[in-house]
Design a protein around this ligand. Structure first.
Ligand code: MN
Length: 138
């Protein structure tokens, strides 16, 4: 079964989500801030990362960029989890290198399905609309 790195600073959220994922057979590693998230992502090489966006030390966006900037962090899927669920937040997360974006509070069936899809097929190809958007904003 897959190993998931859960990067979440809120202890209650972290405990609850971690427990739910372990109950379904996932091995869950936990990081409590962005910097620890980057270190653990690159060292432990999890199969998938759940990345809170609002984090101390380094935001989830900065952490994702740092992970993607390292050769060791290019292939694992990253799912952004955030209470800020506007379209602009979604675009920012995808531009930073996240592959999916889910609003908090997390809908567990949706999260599990998204995780499973990414674990089975790996990171999706870059979205052409996103590339066009990035080019437009250069
Ligand atoms: Mn947070």
């Amino acid at each position: 079964m897959a190993t998931v790195l859960l990067v979440e600073d809120n202890e209650q959220n972290r405990d609850m989500l971690g427990r739910r994922l372990r109950k379904r057979g996932y091995t869950v590693e936990e990081a409590v801030d962005g910097r620890q998230g980057v270190d653990m992502a690159l060292q432990a090489q999890p199969d998938l990362i759940l990345m809170d966006i609002s984090l101390p030390e380094m935001s989830g966006l900065e952490a994702t960029q740092a992970i993607r900037a390292d050769e060791a962090g290019r292939t694992m899927p990253i799912i952004a989890l955030t209470a800020h669920a506007m379209q602009s937040d979604r675009i920012e997360a995808l531009q930073a290198g996240c592959d999916e974006f889910l609003a908090k509070p997390v809908d567990l069936p949706v999260l599990l399905e998204t995780m499973q899809r990414l674990l089975e097929s790996g990171r999706p190809p870059p979205d052409p609309a996103l590339a066009a958007f990035a080019a437009y904003n250069e």
